[in-house]
Design a protein around this ligand. Structure first.
Ligand SMILES: O=P(O)(O)OC[C@H]1O[C@](O)(CO)[C@@H](O)[C@@H]1O
Length: 538
């Protein structure tokens, strides 16, 4: 195999056997690397220019983020001094994915709440003494319904526990002048203002990525050092510009799978998924990310899928590597450099695809539907079948196995199946295994997302990207109610409205959608897994 490898200072490399020389030449011919490094907002065409002009701060945000370090150290010491040693993060998409990767990678405890599942929230509330807890509320816009609902429930919990200084148990990260900034100041919370010229999914190296991680005990300066060293090569010509090569590779196929292969970085795929899906899935095009469990997972190397491995000191499968089958791409390097490399690669891919990588035009639709449904109530639907603890809607099939088989049969050429589970990603964790099982059934890429988290990630692609998706929505009995203080709905109602709102957005587009409602979560998930196994055997 002819191998191309590009290396950056600081140890980040991209290695591939796929030929994308033409695309790389085009980008270099148009002087794109140098223009990107100089934050040139004209790179994505006239329609994207206004948004790009206020969204390119990430190309050098790591230098500005250093200003946060003394304040972070002060706040961390003050919290530790008052006995606070547990950090909870409430935030969606770009406001929580990066700190989750950072903390999991560096093995610092951080409880991430990016959910409306009442059981998951209740468990987090009950998990540790409230006097020892700080809640980081992160929202760039300051108006995201999940985050605001979580803020309210935590305020209520601290108040009910008789804690005198409730505001002192909150740290808020938001853009200057957002509604959340005002609220935070009124609460007496500590506020970190983020760079307004960096969009949510590009914000890993801003206050959004750094504040929760630093409070959880990570030495975030190292991430900034890694990014800064890497940044020196952003404007470089080949072979010193791995982000350029990665961008050309990502734009070369409709779908890529991403797996870890011993990088030591935990969960980068979920962060990459949001970055690529929300940035490119629009205008009926885009690159679909498929996060897979391992390099050999079902679907990782399906036809038309670019297989990407993060990690491996010697890229496995390449000459001298350890794996018999070569991946298409290996990306090696430290976490801080990975963040910046993938962000730049997304911007390069956006240029090749002719899209605006900084907007998310279709995310609002499901949010608007949710709002309307919260006001008017969830439209009643009759189940097509009841199969034990599973009810099925939107199918002609009479039982679960037949319904799943029908759905799988609707995945066409360049199609994919998206599993969207509005469940508890801790308590119902085994549901994630459905991706692997269904990938054995469907001869096409299969993605898995937790609702409503995926609405801020692949949700954009599902509605705005290639119109080839087939959808499996899973919801469940919410269990005992949990109020959203000061709101006329509780979390179960909000979760239900989010699922119904997204169903409506997908159905309005004529996308095939099977909705399964589980009256018993554990049993329902087991039945689904058994049905998928049965189909894969037949
Ligand atoms: O930080 P915010 O404004 O709460 O937004 C959270 C997420 O929601 C989106 O705006 C839209 O899904 C994402 O791009 C963003 O990361």
């Amino acid at each position: 195999m002819a191998e191309t490898r590009m290396d950056a200072a600081g140890g980040l490399s991209v290695t591939t056997g796929v030929d994308v020389d033409d695309a790389v030449r085009r980008l270099v011919g148009d002087d794109v690397p140098r223009r990107l490094a100089a934050a040139d907002a004209t790179l994505w065409g006239p329609e994207a220019e206004a948004e790009a002009a206020i969204r390119l701060g990430w190309v050098d945000t790591f230098t500005r983020s250093r200003r946060l370090l003394p304040e972070l150290a002060r706040v961390r010491d003050a919290l530790a001094g008052s006995g606070v040693d547990r950090v909870v993060l409430a935030g969606m998409g770009g406001s929580s994915l990066a700190p989750e990767v950072i903390c999991r990678t560096l093995d610092r405890p951080l409880t991430v709440l990016d959910t409306t599942d009442p059981g998951q929230i209740r468990d987090a509330l009950a998990a540790a003494p409230l006097e020892r807890t700080v809640v980081v509320v992160s929202s760039k816009s300051g108006g995201t319904v999940e985050t605001e609902s979580l803020r309210r429930v935590w305020v209520q919990a601290f108040t009910d526990a008789g804690i005198a200084d409730v505001g002192g148990h909150f740290v808020v990260v938001t853009d200057p002048a957002s509604p959340l900034e005002q609220l935070a100041t009124a609460m007496g919370a500590h506020v970190f203002l983020a760079d307004p010229d960096v969009g949510g999914r590009y914000s890993a190296l801003t206050a959004f990525g750094l504040v929760p991680a630093a409070l959880a005990g990570v030495d975030v300066a190292e991430l900034l050092d890694d990014a800064e060293t890497f940044a020196a090569t952003l404007a470089a010509d080949p072979p010193e510009n791995p982000a350029l090569l990665l961008g050309a590779l990502l734009a070369s196929r409709p779908t890529f799978s991403i797996a870890d292969d011993g990088s030591g970085i935990v969960g980068l795929g979920d962060w990459v998924e949001q970055l690529l899906a929300e940035s490119t899935g629009k205008g009926g095009t885009g690159v679909l990310p498929v996060v897979v469990e391992s390099p050999d997972a079902p679907g990782a190397r399906a036809d038309g899928v670019l297989s990407v491995l993060v990690g491996g000191a010697k890229p496995p499968g390449f000459p001298g590597g350890s794996r018999p089958e070569a991946p298409d791409v290996a990306v090696n390097g430290p976490l801080g450099a990975q963040f910046l490399c993938w962000e730049a690669a997304t911007a390069f891919a956006g240029r090749l695809l002719g899209i605006d990588p900084f907007d998310q035009p279709n995310v609002a639709e499901s949010k608007d539907n949710t709002k309307r449904i919260l006001e008017s109530g969830v439209p009643a639907e009759e189940p097509a079948f009841r199969d034990g603890t599973v009810e099925g809607f939107g199918t002609d099939a009479g039982d679960l196995t037949a319904a799943l088989r029908d759905l799988a049969g609707q995945v066409g050429p360049e199609g994919y199946l998206a599993v969207m589970a509005y469940l508890d990603r801790e308590g119902d964790a085994e549901a994630a295994g459905l991706r692997r099982l269904l990938a054995r059934v469907v001869d096409a890429p299969v993605t898995f997302g937790w609702g409503p988290r995926f609405l801020h990630s692949t949700g954009q692609f599902h509605k705005g990207g290639r119109p080839t998706g087939v959808f499996l929505q899973i919801t469940a009995d919410p269990g005992s109610p949990l109020e959203v203080p000061g709101r006329p709905y509780d979390f179960a109602r909000l979760q239900e409205a989010q699922a119904a709102g997204d169903r409506q957005a997908l159905r309005d587009r004529g996308r095939p959608l099977l909705w399964l409602r589980l009256s018993d979560r554990g049993d329902g998930i087991r039945r689904l897994a058994a049905a998928a196994e049965e189909i894969s055997r037949s």
